[in-house]
Design a protein around this ligand. Structure first.
Ligand SMILES: Nc1nc2c(c(=O)[nH]1)N[C@H]1C(S)=C(S)[C@@H](COP(=O)(O)OP(=O)(O)OC[C@H]3O[C@@H](n4cnc5c(=O)[nH]c(N)nc54)[C@H](O)[C@@H]3O)O[C@H]1N2
Ligand SMILES: Nc1nc2c(c(=O)[nH]1)N[C@H]1C(S)=C(S)[C@@H](COP(=O)(O)OP(=O)(O)OC[C@H]3O[C@@H](n4cnc5c(=O)[nH]c(N)nc54)[C@H](O)[C@@H]3O)O[C@H]1N2
Ligand SMILES: [Mo]
Length: 767
């Protein structure tokens, strides 16, 4: 699995986000993936009200789109899906699975689209084509023989609302709530933290708010790489003079400045818009401490205003009417010393006071955040701290203000909305019972961590993956891969070959599906689907590319195929009718969730999408107390993992590059960070390099500091000097996932703590 670190080239990253580099990258990938010319024109329809919704990130799609409403990352995702490269049956004649297990992520996916259903043949160690109906029949027979409580139905966040609804129903009619999704590794800290504090599981900000905001606080989200279309909103806000205050341990190019590759003027003049007006290189895991500092400075300013008889800094009317818990929170903030705040955040008091000053003079503030907050042991607390900060000046439920978690997969938020959840209390079980006449299971299902625990313990009997690359995305790689091979059954609904196909269960099936960009023809004609974006708006999406193979089936048809082969017939559940015409699935969704999806078919093409009602956006708080709640943090920063502590460890955080979408590795280059040819690197402060006596490019190994008897180690990592706080290093997901213990996760949301892994560095020993 090793990459060749001798190919590593390190350059000084100087280019702004966007710009000519971005244009070049789009051209290169269209060429490399041999995208037919007519399909490259598809980009003009990307994220347009009558087109298809991008398969990359979940960022909002405007009602009045820019002429080119796509970004470098979105264009790469489109090229990756509409590639003319395809895996024919002969591919597996040439390669055994044992051989493929030695290939890296890029090479596996770069073979192109999967085209025929496949079943693993242990005698020859190869996948062999299998007839669709036979595959369904075998899978159904196996599932009927298992304990329903020991079967996992994972989904990765791309499948449409229609497919996701069917998938949730399949799991519940089969007999479990084992519906973890990628959100469990991602924004589950948001779903838990926001629900608890403001009574909705998702953000309150809309695109409109960007036009009215006075100030944006940006925590742990790498916009230039992971949601570049948001740069449009940021650039427009910056042009109005709106300050953007960033907290991020790395100096990320996309957060520093941006050249709009779709503006000829800017491209010719090379004009850059500086994005962040303040850049605070917080320690990984230091955000709770940093926000405590901000709040402390805000209370101090309020004290001064009060003493001087001036207008209060706190929005006292809002606090009185809409919040609870202020007194306890205020007491905790006042009791917290600047010394502790500085130590745990890694930031100076003066810097935090500067940021607080901007907060205090802004009438409408937004809190934007990503994985830098959620993927910590105190991830839920981090989210609650953003809420604390916003509440102090009534910054939720007014134009230009609010909380804005930036979601990952293009429909990950929507999947939760239509019932993909392991938490029975979040699914309308009584409604499903009434609608379909079956008794839905009421016990809690497995989340991602529990699914992994069940697999490690040998309890889980089957794993069905609706997209994704679970075994590669989860922590504890060495143990997980070994246990995975003992699973009686694995079924992957996939577009591309990945690690989860070559590390597979005893019986294993790969079911190749259409992508969202492809035309999905069913009995009633071409079908459209819907997705929910990061701002809770629902959009129609129309496939436009000719499918890469006629043998592919749609995700909805595959889910229905498994369901029909597994479940006893139910006169109220007509899987065939649903597959024939997805409008009938939308009618079913509307019947289950009338408040959100009434008149679904009529509203699905609303420009800009139609929005899910969000009580908090109207200052109605569906919390236990009926108010928005302040939260007193339990700890200022996540504790180090038990084991070798002190100066011997470095705190590692894992990040993404512009050359990847999660475990999909488009290339081994990271243009923004100036690293080319290898992802087996760690980014390290020069001072730490000097301390360890390391030179640029030198190879090191990392070992997890936990002393729980499990060996967790990655060798052959080249050192890259970078602007990162001392004592911390960064590296890439998924290459470094072997270092994360399964138990190292957020307390309440169980999101793996991929942003603070205590590791020991060892010199030498190449792979
Ligand atoms: N091109 C591309 N787009 C993507 C993806 C992709 O892989 N590639 N993935 C998609 C998915 S599923 C998701 S969830 C999103 C992820 O998008 P992001 O949320 O941006 O995810 P990351 O790159 O993991 O990390 C975000 C940032 O957090 C910073 N960070 C790390 N630790 C801390 C910390 O303790 N505090 C603070 N304040 N910052 C910290 C890192 O330096 C990094 O800049 O993007 C989606 N979009
Ligand atoms: N260390 C570390 N680990 C992390 C993270 C981190 O920041 N650091 N981030 C976490 C996060 S935020 C996430 S979301 C997870 C991601 O975990 P997953 O969502 O499980 O993984 P992906 O890499 O997005 O899945 C890629 C595969 O999806 C399949 N695919 C692509 N498009 C489609 C489609 O349209 N339909 C179907 N059926 N399949 C398709 C392809 O076969 C492709 O190989 O990883 C998590 N793991
Ligand atoms: Mo994600």
């Amino acid at each position: 699995m090793s990459q060749d670190s001798r190919k590593l080239r390190i350059e000084r990253p100087t280019m702004p986000a966007g710009g000519w580099g971005s244009v070049q990258e789009v051209g290169t990938i269209l060429l490399q993936q041999r995208v037919p010319l007519k399909d490259s024109r598809l980009l003009l329809h990307q994220n347009k009200p009558d087109g298809f919704m991008c398969v990359s990130c979940a960022w909002a799609k405007p009602a009045n789109p820019h002429p080119f409403e796509f970004c470098e990352s979105g264009a790469k995702a489109t090229a990756w899906e509409t590639t003319s490269k395809a895996i024919g049956a002969d591919f597996f004649e040439r390669h055994t699975v044992a051989e493929l297990a030695g290939w890296d992520d890029h090479r596996l996916e770069d073979q192109g689209r999967l085209t025929v259903p496949l079943r693993y043949d242990p005698a020859s160690d190869r996948y062999r084509p299998i007839d669709w109906d036979l595959a369904f029949a075998e899978i159904g027979a196996a599932l009927r023989g298992f304990d329903p409580k020991q079967v996992v139905f994972y989904s990765s966040g791309r499948a449409s609302l229609e497919t996701s609804y069917l998938y949730g129903l399949l799991a519940r009619m089969y007999g479990n709530n084992n519906l973890p999704d990628s959100s469990n590794m991602c924004h589950e800290s948001t779903s838990v933290g926001l629900q608890k504090t403001i009574g909705v599981p998702v953000g309150t900000v809309t695109l409109d708010d960007f036009a009215h905001t006075d100030c944006i606080f940006f925590f742990g989200q790498n916009v230039g790489v992971n949601s570049p279309r948001m740069l449009h909103q940021l650039q427009e806000a910056r042009r109005r003079g709106v300050p953007v205050i960033t907290f991020n341990p790395l100096r990320e190019r996309g957060l520093v400045s941006f050249t709009n590759p779709q503006s000829p003027g800017e491209m010719l003049s090379g004009a850059e818009t500086p994005i962040s007006t303040q850049y605070h290189q917080v320690k990984p895991g230091g955000d709770t401490a940093a926000i405590m500092g901000l709040c402390k400075a805000i209370f101090a300013r309020d004290d001064e205003a009060r003493a001087a008889g001036e207008q209060r800094v706190l929005d006292t009317a809002f606090l009185q009417e809409h919040t609870q818990g202020l007194a306890e929170f205020e007491a905790a903030v006042r009791a917290c010393s600047w010394e502790d705040i500085e130590r745990e955040s890694g930031l100076r008091r003066a810097a935090l006071e500067d940021a607080a000053a901007v907060y205090c003079r802004s009438a409408a503030v937004m809190g934007v955040y990503g994985m830098g907050l959620t993927q910590h042991r105190n991830g839920v607390q981090n989210v609650a701290m953003v809420v604390n900060l916003l509440l102090l000046r009534g910054n939720i439920g007014k134009p230009g203000a609010g909380v804005c978690p930036v979601r990952g997969h293009s429909n990950v938020q929507g999947q939760r909305t239509v019932g993909i959840t392991e938490k029975p209390e979040l699914a309308p079980l009584d409604k499903l019972k009434e609608q379909y006449g079956f008794e839905p299971p009421r016990d809690k299902g497995m989340d991602t961590v529990e699914a992994c625990e069940g697999i490690l313990a040998g309890r889980v009997q089957a794993f069905i993956g609706l997209g994704g690359n679970f075994v590669r995305a989860v922590p504890e790689r060495a143990l997980m891969e070994a246990a995975w091979r003992a699973l009686p059954l694995t079924v992957q609904v996939s577009t591309k070959l990945n690690r989860n196909h070559v590390v597979h269960g005893k019986a294993s099936y790969i079911l190749p599906c259409l992508g969202r960009i492809e035309i999905d023809r069913q009995r009633s004609g071409p079908q459209d689907v819907t997705i929910e974006d990061s701002t809770a708006c629902m959009h129609g999406s129309r496939g436009m590319a000719e499918p890469v193979a006629a043998t592919l089936r749609s995700e909805a048809a595959i889910v229905a195929g498994i369901a029909k082969a597994t479940l006893a017939p139910n006169p109220r559940v007509d899987w065939d009718r649903w597959v024939d015409d997805y409008a009938s699935i939308r009618d079913a969704i509307a019947a289950t969730y009338p408040e959100i999806f009434h008149d679904f078919n009529a509203r699905m093409w609303t420009p800009g999408g139609f929005r899910k009602p969000l009580a908090a956006a109207n200052r109605i708080w569906h919390t236990d107390s009926g108010k928005a709640g302040f939260t007193v943090p339990e700890e200022l920063a996540p504790a180090a993992v038990a084991g070798e502590g002190g100066g011997a460890t470095l705190r590692l955080f894992t990040v993404r590059s512009d050359g990847q979408f999660n475990t999909t590795i488009y290339s081994h280059d990271d243009r923004f960070r100036g690293v080319y040819g290898s992802r087996m690197v760690i980014f390290m402060a020069r001072a730490d390099m000097a301390k360890y006596g390391l030179v640029q490019g030198e190879l090191v190994a990392l070992r997890c500091a936990a002393d729980d008897g499990v060996a967790r180690r990655v060798d052959g990592l080249a050192v890259v000097p970078y602007e990162v706080p001392e004592g911390c290093i960064a590296g890439y997901f998924p290459e470094l996932n072997p270092l994360i213990p399964l138990w190292h996760h957020a307390k309440e949301s169980k999101v793996p703590a991929a942003k603070a892994i205590d590791v020991v560095l060892e010199r030498g020993r190449a792979t």
